[in-house]
Write a protein that binds this ligand. Structure first.
Ligand SMILES: [Zn+2]
Length: 177
């Protein structure tokens, strides 16, 4: 942090504020404490009949690999609104977001990824700037070796378990690189 976003001062200290337990950026001029916390990523496992919609990434990182639609939660949004919006942005598909399936935490990059099962409202979907190709996969066809991120593998495995047993708990995992 080079300057305070509150007052513009360049005098920023890295210190543990009184009564706190963590180091923070603290403005020496206006005394504002600049808290930095993990970001929430929300995604869907979009279903059409018994198939799962995956997106082929048109952008780096992991361009060309298959991904579940998802992205950063925006301020003012619920988790479910965010998951539906990201799916719409990446696939043009409208979904009814359902049960939370998995929570995948990556402390090394300060992210918490939450995947929800979602029903497509129709089979209207199409490539977008973020997705070069969209495809409905049966469970047997899922491209496990060509998934973009570990969190996809985790969410899809959790979904398959839920599919076998609808009383299965939400699956949680903490990934440390
Ligand atoms: Zn300041």
């Amino acid at each position: 942090m080079n300057y305070c976003s509150n007052c513009g001062s360049e005098k920023i200290n890295w210190e543990v504020p009184k009564g706190d337990t963590h180091y923070r950026f603290v403005c020496d001029n206006c005394e504002l404490i600049h808290y930095q916390n993990p970001k929430v990523v929300v995604g869907c496992i979009p279903l059409w009949q018994d198939k799962i919609l995956l997106c082929r990434r048109a952008i780096e990182p992991r361009k060309g690999y298959w991904n579940l639609p998802g992205g950063y939660l925006e301020n003012g949004e619920s988790l479910i609104e965010g998951a539906a919006r990201e799916t719409l942005e990446e696939t043009k598909a409208k979904v009814e977001v359902g049960r939370l399936i998995s929570i995948f935490t990556i402390p090394t990059i300060n992210q918490v990824m939450m995947h929800f099962v979602a029903q497509l409202k129709s089979d209207n979907f199409m490539p977008t700037q973020e997705s070069s190709e969209l495809r409905l996969y049966t469970v047997q066809e899922l491209p496990w070796e060509k998934l973009a991120f570990n969190s996809n593998n985790f969410a899809l495995n959790a979904y398959l378990e839920y599919r076998e047993n609808s009383s299965a708990r939400v699956k949680m995992f903490t990934y440390r690189k």
